[in-house]
Design a binder for this molecule. Structure first.
Ligand code: FCB
Length: 441
C-alpha cells in the first residue's frame, strides 16, 4: 500500500549541515576483472551463499560509469558523496588512479568526497583473525591518504565492524563465511585496532576530519521480565557498546576483555590506540531491535538463521510498517538513539554524522521510501532540537546495488538500476530529496 507523505515542510537544518548519499565499492563498482579478489568474491563464488546466486562482478558498473553517476549526484544537489575505496583495487596496478579520477570528477561537480577506507571487501589474502591485518590496513591507509588527501573532505576508517564481525565471522552469512560464534571476538578487536592505527596514519599524512561509520540501534527488551531485560542488555553490549565504548571511553564493556586475545593486559595498550580522539562519529541507523531470552530453538529473522545456543533471541517488532526487507520503520527510534548516545557518552562524544539511513522497496514511484526518509529526517531534527550535535545526514543509497547475501533482490537506491542494460532511472524519492535540498535556498 502506498502511504502519501505529510505535506507540512521539514523545518530547516542549521547552515553548513552536510547532506549526502552513500555507496560502497563492492556493491556498485563491478570491474572485478581489473582488481585483486576480495573475501566477497571468494564467498559469492561458493554455491548457495548469495540468495539469487549473483555476484558483484559487474554490479552497477560504476567503475566505467562514474561520470554519469557523479552527474546524478550533482543534479540531486547533495553537498557530499560517501563512497568506499576498495583495498584490493588499490593493491592492483592503476587501481588508485580510478579513485583519483572519481575524486576529481566530484570536486569539479561541487560534491565533497567522503571516503570510507574499509567497507568489508578485505583482500582475499588477508584475515581479520590475524592481528597483523590491522598493521597492513594502516599501511594501505597511508597510501590512499597520500594520493587523495588533498581533496577528500572527510575520512571514515571502517564501515560497521559490528556487522562484519557478527555476520561474516560469527554466523557465517557474510564473507568470509566463518561460524565462530563468540570466538569471532578477536575480529572485532583487530578491526578496532586497525581503526586506531588508521587514525594515526591519516593524521601523520596530514589528513583531517576523521570518523568511523558504526551501526547502532536502540535495543528494546521483549518484556519487562528479568530474563528478557538481561538478554536485551547483553545484545546491546554485543552490537552497540562493544564498538562505541572502546572508541569513545577507551574501555570495553565489563566482561568482554576476558574474551579477547591476550586477555585484559594485552588489550590495555591497544585501547589507547583505539580511543584516539575522533573529529566526528558516524552512525548508520536503519531500525531498532527487540530482544528477549533464548527460546530454545533456531530463529529465522530478517533473512538470518540465528542458532538456538545464542544467549538471546531477536523478536519481531509489531505495530509498525515494514520495508520489503522486513525491517520495521520506526523513525522515533533514531531520536531515542541519539538521546541515548548523548546521555551515555556526554562530552566524550564528538559531533555525530548519520552516515547511512535508508530502506529497501521495489518500484520507481517509491512513495514508501519518501515516507521513510521524511520520517527519519524529522526524527533527526527533533533529536537536534533536544540537543544532539549532528552535522550531517547521508541516505543509503544513491543507486540500487548488490546487497551482500541478498544479491540484487533488495533495492535501496534513490536511483533504479536495470541490471540488464545498466540504465539508471531516478525514482520519485530522488526528485523528493532534490526538492528538499533546493528548498534550502
Ligand atoms: C549496511 C551496510 C551497507 C548496506 C546497508 C543496507 O549495514 O553498511 O553496505 O548493505 O546496510
Amino acid at each position: 500500500m502506498i502511504r502519501r507523505m505529510a505535506t507540512n515542510p521539514i523545518s530547516p537544518f542549521p547552515a553548513g549541515f552536510l547532506w549526502g548519499v552513500s555507496t560502497s565499492a563492492h556493491q556498485i563498482e563491478g570491474a572485478a576483472d581489473v582488481r585483486e579478489p576480495s573475501v566477497w568474491d571468494a564467498f559469492t563464488a561458493e554455491p548457495g551463499r548469495v540468495k539469487d546466486g549473483s555476484t558483484a562482478a559487474v554490479a552497477c558498473d560504476h567503475y566505467h560509469r562514474y561520470r554519469e553517476d557523479v552527474a546524478l549526484l550533482a543534479d540531486l544537489g547533495v553537498d557530499a558523496y560517501r563512497f568506499s575505496v576498495s583495498w584490493p583495487r588499490v593493491n592492483s596496478p592503476g587501481g588508485l588512479g580510478f579513485y583519483d579520477r572519481l575524486v576529481d570528477e566530484l570536486c569539479a561537480a561541487g560534491v565533497r568526497p567522503v571516503v570510507t577506507l574499509f567497507h568489508w571487501d578485505l583482500p582475499v589474502t588477508l584475515d581479520w583473525l590475524e592481528r597483523d591485518t590491522a598493521f597492513r590496513f594502516a599501511e594501505y591507509v597511508s597510501v590512499v591518504a597520500e594520493r587523495l588527501g588533498d581533496r577528500v573532505a572527510k575520512w571514515i576508517t571502517l564501515n560497521e565492524p559490528a556487522e562484519h564481525t557478527l555476520l561474516g565471522h560469527a554466523l557465517g552469512v557474510h564473507a568470509p563465511g566463518r561460524e565462530l560464534m563468540f570466538d569471532a571476538l578477536p575480529v572485532a578487536h583487530h578491526q578496532l585496532l586497525a581503526h586506531g592505527l588508521a587514525v594515526r596514519a591519516l593524521r601523520a599524512a596530514g589528513a583531517g576530519d576523521i570518523g568511523i561509520a558504526n551501526s547502532h540501534a536502540p535495543v528494546r527488551p521483549a518484556s519487562g521480565g528479568p530474563e528478557d531485560v538481561a538478554a536485551a542488555e547483553f545484545y546491546d553490549i554485543l552490537l552497540n557498546r562493544l564498538f562505541s565504548d572502546p572508541l569513545l571511553l577507551g574501555r570495553y564493556p565489563d566482561g568482554i576483555e576476558a574474551l579477547l586475545p591476550g586477555g585484559p593486559e594485552g588489550v590495555e595498550s591497544d585501547l589507547k590506540v583505539i580511543s584516539e580522539p575522533l573529529d566526528w562519529y558516524g552512525i548508520n541507523y536503519y531500525a531498532p531491535s527487540r530482544v528477549g531470552a533464548p527460546q530454545g530453538e533456531d530463529i529465522e529473522f530478517s533473512g538470518l538463521s540465528l542458532p538456538a545456543e545464542l544467549p538471546f533471541s531477536v523478536r519481531e517488532i509489531e505495530g509498525h510498517p515494514v520495508t520489503d526487507f522486513g525491517w520495521p520503520v520506526v523513525p522515533e527510534a533514531l531520536t531515542e538513539l541519539l538521546a541515548g548516545f548523548g546521555e551515555r557518552y556526554g562530552d566524550r562524544l564528538p559531533p555525530v554524522v548519520i552516515t547511512e539511513n535508508g530502506c529497501s522497496y521495489e518500484g520507481i514511484d517509491d512513495q514508501e521510501r519518501i515516507a521513510y526518509l521524511d520520517g527519519h529526517i524529522r526524527a533527526l531534527h527533533r533529536a537536534m532540537e533536544a540537543g544532539a550535535d549532528v552535522r550531517g545526514y547521508f541516505v543509503w543509497s544513491l543507486l540500487d546495488n548488490f546487497e551482500w547475501a541478498e544479491g540484487y533482490a533488495r533495492r535501496f537506491g534513490l536511483v533504479h538500476v536495470d541490471y540488464t542494460t545498466l540504465k539508471r532511472t531516478p525514482k520519485a524519492s530522488y526528485a523528493w530529496l532534490r526538492d528538499l535540498l533546493r528548498a534550502r535556498g
